[in-house]
Structure formats: C-alpha cells, structure tokens
Design a protein around this ligand. Structure first.
Ligand code: ADP
Length: 530
C-alpha cells in the first residue's frame, strides 16, 4: 500500500492530489504483469525493475516510465515495505521512436533510389505504403498536381484503402478549386493536422458511400522548390498526429520528389543516349554506303579516263593517215586534181585538223586527270616559242587577211619551262585571237620583262568578251554562248588547258576585254632565279 509519494510522482501518473494515491494497494490492484513482477520481487526482499508503458487505472492514462523498487528491511531483519523510484521516460521514448523512424525513412529512400526502371506509379505506390508505416497510420494516398496547378490526380491509394474502401467507382481526378478538406494543404501550401475528424468543418464535404471512416487525418504538400506539385495524406493513426509525423511525411515526400526528378533526368538522358546511338548506327551505315558508292564512282571515273585516253589514241592513228594522204592528194603528188577536187580535199584537211585538235585536247585533259601529264623542263627561249607559234598559224591568219604583229625584244632571257607546252599555250591564244577577229583585223603578240617575270600579251581587235563572262573563261568546256560554238566551232577546252599549263609553270593567266573592240590575254611566267 502506498504510504508516501512526492509531487513529481503525482505529475508522472497524472494525479492532482496525494490523497488519490495514498492507500493504493500495490499488491492487489496492479494489473500490469510486468509491474506486478517488480512489486512481487520487493515482497520477496529483492529489488524489482519496470520499464515501459504503464497504464494506471487510478488516473486512466498510459505513461512511459522506468521504475526501481527496493525492499525496506530493518536492522533486525524485519520486512518493512518497499521504496519505489520512478522516472518519466516518455521524452526519451519519443526521441528513440523518432530516431527509429528517421532511420527507417532513410532506408526507404535508399530502397527507392535503388529502384530503377520503375514507373512513376510504382514509385508512388511504394512511397505511399512507407508513408503509412512511418506515420503509424492505417490509410493514405498520394496525388499529383497538373502543370497548371488546377487538377489533382490521385496516383496511389494505400493497400488498406483499396481493401476496406468500397466506393464503387473510385474517382482519380479532382479539380483543386472544388475539392474539400484534402485539397487544403495544397491550397494553403502547408501541412494540415486534424486529430478530431468527427468535429464539424465547413470544408468537409462528407465522403462517398462506402468510404473508410476517418478519425484522424494529416496531409502535407509535396514541394518542388517553391512550387506545390502534389499532396500526401495519411489517416487514422491510433494516437494524435503531431509535428514529428509532419516531419517524417514531409521529408519522405521531399526525398521521393528528388528521386522522381533524378529519374526523369536519367530517363531523358537514357532516351537521348539511345536515340544518339541509333543516329550513330544510321550514320555509320550511311557512311558505309557512301564510301561504297564513292569507290564505285572512283572506279567508274577511272574507267571513263581510260576509255577517253584509249579512244583518243585510236583516233589519232587513222587521223594521221587521213591527213597525210589528203595532203598528198591536195599537193598533186598522187596525180593532178581539178579545182573542185582540190576544194573538197582541202575541206577534208581542214576538218581533220579540227578533229586532231579536239583529240589532242581530250588526251591532254584525260592525262591531267589521271595524273600522268608529264612535263619536261629545260631552258627555253620565249622568242623562239613565239616565233614557232606564229609560224604554225601563219596560214590561218593569211586566210583572213590578218597580219600577226610581233613586239618582242630579241634579247629576252631564257626561262625554265616545257617548250612544247608553252607553244601549245601560245598557239591556243593566237588561234582564238584569229578565230574571233574579223577579216583584216589585227592580232598582236608582245613579250617583255617585268621585275622577275616575263609578261606576254596576245591582243586582238575581235568581237571581245562580255565582262560578266570573263571570270568563267578558263573553266572546262566553257564557251561564252552557244552561238559562238555554232559559228566558230571549238570545244571550250583551250583556255582551260592554257591555265593548267601556265599554273604548272607557277605563272598566271587572265583576260581583259571590251565587247566589240577586242581582247587581250595576259600570261605571266617567272624568270629563272639568278
Ligand atoms: P574554244 O575556243 O575551243 O571554244 P577556249 O577555251 O579556247 O575554247 O575559249 C573559250 C571561249 O572563250 C570561246 O568559246 C570564246 O567564247 C571565248 N574566247 C576565247 N578567246 C577569245 C577571244 N580572243 N576573243 C573573244 N572570245 C574569246
């Protein structure tokens, strides 16, 4: 029987006055088995201990306490009673519980982090069950807010809700504006605790038929920085929800959201990497096809070059005999020819000469392209090159009553060049000058030393070249217009070949012209360094 107690003891077991406990029979009235054992120990003259939840019938509350009992024995060995010392351990118990829940939450988040390849729904389901467990609740749900912040979509119900809730048609989307109490923590952007759910509240809209009855309720907004992105709600904990529950649920949701965001980034990256890999594969394939096509083109190109070169050679042999015999006929060497016959055979000679020039040009180009165009350089006197070229074209000029004027100093220095190819250049330029100049027009060729270069000019008083055509003149197969080809023939290869040869001599070639007045072609060739 309790005979004495202090104020603190009254406080611990929830009593106001000592009278309420003095006289309490510890032996017969204590119901709690463990407490009874501790008391019994004292009765057997031993010490007794109790630690844990203790429900006291006197005040009706449950308290977490730690108690030490010792027997009180007189000097002569008589049992006088016992002394009990109690300690309120509810604070410690709470701290321990919070610590345990913290650890448990961290474990949950760790597990969540390890879940890869799971959908948002699967993550939400998992977190939902953990939220219920961590807050010692019976039910819960998780909802996300749409981008505009107007619609809440329930993503996950805890298992208990699924089992116990008999609402026929579960709704998933709710307009935030018109949702009842459970939309409040989203609207107010803060946690909400209602420990007495049965009390009336203007926001409560009543649940649909078959819904779980709610006793206690708590919800927290899910935040992404400052923005509310959803809400987590739990209900029916056996004791009141408090700030520790708010903390657990908030931290769990924060962790979940971070993982979802990381996952989104990860998924996007993975998708991106996948697409990139596919593009790479396609590129690789396209590349293979391209190089195959390229190889084919190259081989076709080689075949074309070979063909061109072969055909050109095949042309030259018969041409030589056509030209040779025609010349013999024209000369009268093979017997007398009358005027008409001579005219005819001279036409053959003229045209076969055109054919020869064409074949020569084609051969030139095909060799250049095949890389087999060879030069044989030596000391060359430009005076003799010019002399030779004029000779080659004397007949042609004479036919059009054109005299080729020459303004070349006799003592020009020799240059390092391929003589035959320079003759080709000069013949080409003079040939054009004569071709594009009318009867009795003038053609002039001059050469002089300018600094360390030799400057050669071929001028005519011919039809000239429009200014806008000048830049293209040296292109392959280029002719100023189609009427030129019809009127003067030619292939558009001459100037292209000239440029190739001049540049292979490290020189320059260009043209100046005035339409209707005439043209001047310039060639610069480097002089031999002393
Ligand atoms: P081709 O004379 O065989 O057509 P070229 O490459 O030698 O080829 O000349 C290209 C074009 O440049 C000629 O078709 C002609 O239109 C123009 N051209 C070249 N030289 C002259 C010139 N002296 N006067 C006028 N036009 C010219």
């Amino acid at each position: 029987m309790i005979t004495h107690c202090n104020e603190k003891y009254l406080e611990i077991i929830g009593l106001q006055k000592k009278e309420d406990i003095i006289g309490f029979n510890m032996v017969t009235t204590v119901k709690d088995g463990n407490m009874k054992k501790a008391v019994d120990a004292v009765l057997s003259r031993k010490t007794g201990h109790f630690e844990g939840e203790y429900h006291t019938a006197v005040s009706g509350i449950t308290v977490a306490i730690k108690g030490h009992f010792s027997p009180n024995i007189s000097d002569d060995g008589k049992f006088l009673g016992g002394i009990g010392i109690f300690e309120d351990i509810s604070g410690r118990k709470k701290a321990e519980e919070a610590f345990r829940l913290d650890e448990s939450r961290l474990e949950t988040l760790l597990k969540l982090n390890q879940i890869t390849n799971k959908s948002l729904k699967e993550i939400a389901d998992f977190v939902q069950e953990e939220a219920v467990r961590l807050t010692q609740s019976k039910m819960g749900y998780l909802a996300f807010l749409n981008e505009e912040g107007s619609v809440l979509t329930i993503y996950s119900w805890s298992r208990n809700v699924m089992i116990d809730c008999n609402v026929d048609e579960k709704k998933f989307d709710y307009l935030l504006e018109s949702t009842g109490l459970w939309g409040e923590s989203v609207r107010q952007k803060r946690p909400l605790i209602i420990n007495d759910y049965t009390a009336s509240n203007p926001l409560k809209k009543g649940y649909p038929h078959g819904h779980i009855k709610m006793k206690r309720y708590m919800s927290v907004p899910i935040l992404d920085g400052d923005k509310v992105v959803g809400v987590a709600g739990v209900g029916n904990k056996s004791s009141d929800y408090d700030q520790a529950d708010v903390r657990q649920l908030t931290l769990l949701m924060e962790g979940m959201w971070q993982i979802i965001e990381q996952k989104k980034v990860g998924d996007t990256l993975r998708r991106y990497a996948g697409e990139l890999a596919q593009v790479n594969r396609q590129l690789y394939k396209a590349n293979l096809e391209l190089s195959a096509a390229n190889e084919e083109l190259k081989s076709l190109d080689r075949m074309k070059d070979e063909f061109l070169s072969n055909v050109s050679h095949e042309f030259k042999t018969p041409l030589t005999s056509i030209q040779g015999y025609s010349q013999l006929i024209s000369d009268g060497t093979l017997g007398a020819v009358n005027g008409q016959q001579k005219k005819a055979v001279d036409t053959v000679i003229r045209n076969s000469e055109r054919l020869r020039k064409l074949v020569d040009s084609l051969l030139y180009i095909s060799r250049a392209q095949a890389g087999s165009l060879t030069y044989s350089f030596s000391d060359v006197s430009i005076v003799s090159v010019i002399e030779n070229s004029i000779q080659d074209l004397a007949l042609q000029a004479e036919k059009k009553d054109i005299t080729i004027k020459k303004d070349v100093a006799e003592d020009l220095p020799v240059i390092w060049a391929d003589r035959d190819k320079l003759v080709d250049v000069m013949v080409n330029l003079l040939d054009n000058a004569i071709k594009f100049t009318p009867q009795r027009g003038s053609v002039e060729i001059s050469a002089l030393v300018e600094e360390d270069q030799l400057h050669i000019r071929v001028s005519d008083s011919g039809i000239g070249i429009p200014e806008d055509k000048l830049p293209n003149l040296f292109g392959r197969f280029y002719q100023v217009d189609s009427s030129i080809r019809r009127r003067y023939g030619g292939t558009g290869l001459g100037l292209y070949i000239c440029k190739m040869i001049v540049e292979d001599h490290k020189g320059k070639i260009w043209a100046e012209s005035e339409e209707g007045k005439g043209s001047t072609f310039h060639v610069l060739l480097p002089l031999k360094k002393a």
